[in-house]
Design a protein around this ligand. Structure first.
Ligand code: SF4
Length: 80
């Protein structure tokens, strides 16, 4: 089922579910890929993809790590 494409000699794998909402996706032939990383699944093998535009890792005062969705308004404020 996995649809791998080759871009500039690099094998690109489709994005994973957690990538939904990220601005770095692109669509080709109805399948979404990541513009920044060829293996999105591996990016999410850690807690959160460090390239993601829609999620980020935050450490609270107690040292607990949380994954927080980034608000669209925040992104707009950054003037993208
Ligand atoms: S940057 Fe990360 S979260 Fe965004 S599409 Fe690529 S792999 Fe997925």
């Amino acid at each position: 089922m996995s649809q791998v494409i080759t871009v500039n000699g690099v094998e690109c794998h489709p994005i994973v579910e957690k990538c939904e909402g990220c601005d770095r996706t692109m669509e080709q032939d109805g399948v979404k890929y990541c513009k920044s990383y060829p293996l999105p699944e591996r990016k999410w093998a850690q807690k959160v993809c460090n390239f993601a535009t829609h999620m980020k890792l935050e450490v609270d005062k107690g040292g607990k790590v949380n994954i927080n969705p980034l608000k669209a308004s925040k992104r707009a404020a950054r003037g993208r």
